[in-house]
Ligand binder design. Structure first.
Ligand code: HPA
Ligand code: ZN
Length: 325
């Protein structure tokens, strides 16, 4: 473990898709264990295929990759593999989106997913001193009725979820499509977050706030196109979970130097730094912080402030928060 400032900085990760932590090494090992065939000749060929033109081109490989996850043990291994890497980078808290619909559609039961992930979360706490939270994510390119069905069918697992979320292909799937589902989640006492303004327009960010009543916006970087929206986000203290390396790899921005992060910070928004799908986007939490430090010349004070924002915004009990401050 390197013992530098960025590694030692206690980092909380608020925007991570656990299925997006599947490194090619584990993908091949699980493919062998489960007799699943992969479209890659070897591990290197898989990495080479991770050359994306937009969100959809990534999602195609992301859903393909998770075909190796079948039994509870696979999900446990997936999460533990990531938690160990994260611990070595100085990550102290992880909130993971889980995409049950991407497993149910392959005939993998929710109980397999949740038994594996909850076992890993318990080990993260006891063996690695990492606290965790789970976010039940709905695939926005699937019908809202399917999301509602999942919300009801996942009732036995609701205690394990801090929030519901909204991910997958954004364009053409506005937040308003899921208004009823999110209203029901609210009734059930679940917090709400949503991806908005990654590829979708600033109006999707407004919809997520007004119609889904989210407490955080995942990505939200296209808010820079709308000054009034930025003012509102700043006034309301809405947290953005920004994923710098993801935005570069999915061509939301061409180069990190062109990213709107400094503009968002100057406008007074509460931003956080996150990894999104580290196995696909070329780096974990430490790499995301380091890339921003290089691109924007941020001071240690700014980096500390960003890490602190995530700890303040995290779904964790106050005792844990106090311990991490
Ligand atoms: N955006 C939207 N949906 C996703 C992503 C992402 O970056 N990763 C996994 N599902
Ligand atoms: Zn995401």
């Amino acid at each position: 473990m390197t013992d530098d400032f960025l590694t030692r900085l206690p980092k909380a990760e608020l925007h991570l898709h656990i299925e997006g932590t599947l490194e090619p090494e584990l993908m091949f090992a699980l493919a062998e264990r489960n007799g699943v065939s992969l479209p890659y000749a070897d591990i290197e060929a898989a990495r080479q295929a991770y050359d994306f033109s937009d969100l959809q081109s990534f999602l195609d490989l992301y859903y393909q990759g998770m075909s190796v996850l079948v039994r509870a043990r696979d999900f446990e291994d997936l999460a533990m593999d990531y938690f160990r890497r994260a611990a070595a980078e100085g990550v102290v808290h992880i909130e993971m989106h889980v995409d049950p619909q991407a497993h149910l559609s392959r005939g993998v039961a929710l109980s397999e997913v949740m038994e594996g992930l909850t076992a890993a979360c318990a080990k993260a706490r006891s063996e690695l001193d990492i606290s965790t939270a789970m976010i039940l994510a709905f695939l926005r390119d699937q019908p809202a009725a399917d999301a509602m069905q999942l919300l009801e069918d996942s009732t036995p697992w609701h205690d394990h979820f801090s929030a519901v979320g909204l991910d997958s292909a954004e364009r053409g799937n506005p937040p308003s499509k899921f208004q009823e589902v999110f209203a029901r989640a609210r009734e059930l006492g679940l917090e709400r977050v949503a991806h908005a303004g990654e590829e979708g327009p600033p109006s999707y960010i407004r919809e997520a706030l007004d119609e889904l009543q989210v407490c955080r916006i995942d990505h939200g970087v296209r808010a820079i196109e709308d000054v009034e929206l930025m003012e509102r986000l700043a006034d309301e203290g809405t947290v953005l979970t920004v994923c710098p390396l993801s935005n570069v790899r999915l061509k939301v921005v061409e180069r990190l130097e062109d990213h709107g992060l400094p503009t968002l910070i100057d406008a007074g928004l509460v931003v956080t730094i996150n990894s999104d799908d580290p196995a696909y986007f070329g780096g974990g939490m430490r790499d995301n912080f380091a890339a921003c430090q290089r691109a924007f010349g941020w001071s240690n004070e700014t980096l500390k402030w960003l890490a602190g924002n995530a700890i303040e915004a995290a779904f964790m009990d106050e005792e844990r928060r106090q311990a991490l401050r």
